[in-house]
Design a protein around this ligand. Structure first.
Ligand code: MG
Length: 178
């Protein structure tokens, strides 16, 4: 008599079934170098400070991490795939325009943002006075309420490249809804 192998654990969910799940989650991360300058753009908000971000676009790490979280949740690749830094069209690009384009791509795939949560890791500049403006800008581009846009900032206690003010970093998570 043939011995039947006992199945263990849960059966894998098929991608067809996964397509019917009404929510998705995604994570994004970005880093940019800092150098002496006259200001940065973070979360869509220009901030005057003695630094600038070295980047092909406006170097908005918060929005770049957010775009990757949104695209990742929909399994639509990443920001580098859609807006390559080898393409002159994106030189000095306003990252808010990239974010709105990502929102359009999500909509075409049947998704919209539920809530998002962002964390900036930066020794400089001080962003606390600008958080509310960032929430408003991002909420507008995402088409959601400001109460669904978390923006937080932390230093790295002087440690590492962010602590040495050589660069800034950002993490983002995003929930998508059908
Ligand atoms: Mg970037």
């Amino acid at each position: 008599m043939k011995k039947r192998k006992k199945k263990r654990g849960l059966s894998p969910i098929s991608s067809r079934k996964l397509g019917t799940v009404p929510v998705r989650i995604g994570h994004g991360f970005d880093v940019h170098r800092l150098e002496p300058g006259d200001g940065v753009v973070l979360g869509g908000v220009p901030i005057a400070c003695p630094y600038r971000v070295v980047a092909h676009s406006d170097g908005d790490v918060l929005i770049h991490a957010l775009c990757d979280a949104l695209l990742g949740a929909a399994a639509l690749g990443d920001i580098g795939r859609w807006f390559p830094d080898t393409d002159a069209r994106w030189r000095g690009a306003d990252s808010r325009a990239l974010l709105r384009e990502v929102v359009r791509k999500l909509a075409a795939a049947g998704w919209r943002a539920g809530n998002v949560d962002l964390t900036l890791i930066a020794q400089v500049p001080r962003v606390a006075p600008h958080v509310a403006a960032m929430q408003r800008a991002l909420a507008q581009d995402l088409g959601i309420g400001v109460d669904a846009v978390g923006v937080k900032a932390t230093t790295s206690e002087g440690l590492g490249f962010t602590g040495r003010k050589e660069g800034i970093a950002a993490h983002a998570v995003a929930l998508l809804r059908r």
